[in-house]
Design a protein. Structure first.
Length: 94
């Protein structure tokens, strides 16, 4: 029996992925938060939403919860969010 060990610090293949365009300002934008289902993610998400609205003038915050923290968000969830939001925040909770 053999065991395959993958070293995450090995650096990968060096491929670069272009970042999505960033807005200059969040005022009036719709921000989406994807709750990763980890402990306190809902509390952190709500606190972030309040701060985004009061401190940065965000028009609306949409929070959606993915099915399980160790699985990617479903295509349906991502498509729904992409159609509704201007900016996304993911992976909150501990």
């Amino acid at each position: 029996m053999s065991i395959l060990i993958i070293d995450p610090s090995a650096g990968g293949n060096g491929a670069r992925i272009a970042l999505a365009p960033r807005p200059m300002d969040l005022r009036g934008k719709v921000v989406g938060i994807i709750d990763n289902t980890k402990e306190q993610a809902d509390v952190i998400g709500e606190a972030m939403a309040e701060g985004l609205r009061t401190q940065f003038g965000v028009a609306k915050v949409i929070i959606r919860r993915k099915a399980f923290f160790s699985k990617p968000a479903s295509r349906e969830l991502l498509d729904e969010m992409a159609n509704e939001i201007d900016v996304a925040i993911t992976a909150v909770g501990g």
